[in-house]
Design a protein around this ligand. Structure first.
Ligand SMILES: C[S@@+](CC[C@H](N)C(=O)[O-])C[C@H]1O[C@@H](n2cnc3c(N)ncnc32)[C@H](O)[C@@H]1O
Length: 315
């Protein structure tokens, strides 16, 4: 077993079968980074013993990255402990993307690491002055795939309960993590303007999540979806990229049954060099104002990382 300090682990190459991690930080964000490095560099089925100086607080972080997290030894009269973490042998999202693109896992990870910078470079080098050019950019770029997959939350692998039958639609599904998770609650249709995203999501469902295949429908267009037939509609981080988000939200509201909900994240005011793809002409808009104009009642709002999600209901 390799015995590494945090610094050595951060520099270590890929394919570590077993690691004994010494010198763990007490700062939880530093520890999260170290855990992520270990997880992404270890081989499927690899193990890691990690010494946590503040076991009570940081155990949750370990459980979040590893498929198995168990207490290996506890120091007497102290909160500090050794934990055993094991990486799943099930291909994780980076393995899935590597299988889709035909690249190595290392190359996929490197591109993901450069995520937001790669997307910005792709945007800066593409013609984006007209609506048609912007749609062509979103329709063909693969940059978002590598950027978005980094942020996916864990995807449940169990069979959804048969009685979970919430009818859902997601606009702009990106790499597809939300679709795969939401299938636990009921059937979900999803559309993204990007052909690559649609192909990747179809590939993931067929190869890795076949138990969800009868619940997930990846659409080539969403104009012909039946009106007033959905319980839940998601539109995360897409309205601020569009020309006429008001019209799109009205169309989304029209898909909802009476009593159906829409969840929206749209930071219209995040414009400028850091967010080149966000339409600067929309900076004055707010989601609550858009809800009102679309006849939706705002019933909740909650933080998602640094962003704010809004929930509207169709009365
Ligand atoms: C910032 S990403 C967000 C993706 C995903 N909703 C998430 O939160 O991870 C923006 C997504 O919107 C998609 N998109 C851009 N314009 C679109 C349009 N007019 N219709 C549908 N999808 C669009 C892009 O292809 C991209 O996947």
């Amino acid at each position: 077993m390799l015995q590494l300090t945090c610094e050595e682990l951060t520099k270590a190459g890929f394919g570590l079968p077993e690691v004994l991690l010494l010198d763990t930080p007490t700062n939880s964000s530093a520890l999260t980074l170290i855990l992520a490095v270990w997880y992404h560099r270890s081989t499927p089925g690899g193990t890691c013993f990690i010494y946590l100086r503040d076991a009570s607080e940081t155990q949750a972080w370990c459980a979040g990255v590893a498929v198995e997290c168990s207490l290996a030894a506890q120091e007497d009269g102290d909160d500090a402990a050794w934990w055993l973490l094991r990486r799943s042998t099930f291909p994780d999202r980076f393995d899935q993307l590597a299988a889709f693109t035909g690249e190595s896992r290392e190359l996929v990870l490197a591109k993901c690491h450069a995520g937001i910078v790669r997307t910005k470079e792709a945007w800066d080098s593409a013609p984006t002055a007209s609506t048609a050019e912007r749609e062509a950019f979103y329709g063909t770029t693969d940059a978002y795939l590598y950027e978005l997959i980094v942020y996916e939350d864990p995807i449940p692998v169990q069979q959804p309960a048969a009685e979970a039958q919430l009818r859902q639609f997601e606009l702009a599904h990106g790499s597809g993590g939300l679709v795969l998770r939401s299938a636990q609650y009921g059937p979900i249709a999803a559309y993204d303007i990007s052909e690559v995203m649609r192909a990747f999501l179809r590939f993931r469902v067929a190869r890795y999540y076949p138990h969800l295949a009868d619940r997930i429908q990846v659409l080539d267009e969403w104009a012909s979806l039946p009106l007033e037939s959905f319980d839940l509609v998601h539109a995360y981080h897409v309205l601020e990229h569009m020309d006429d988000p008001q019209d799109v939200l009205r169309r989304l509201a029209g898909l909802l049954k009476v009593g159906g909900h829409v969840h929206v994240i749209a930071p219209f005011d995040a414009v400028g060099p850091e967010y080149p793809e966000h339409n600067p002409n929309l900076a004055h808009l707010t989601v609550p104002d858009l809800f009102e104009a679309a006849g939706l009642e705002q019933v909740n709002t909650y933080p998602v990382g640094v962003w704010q999600a809004y929930v509207g209901v169709r009365r």
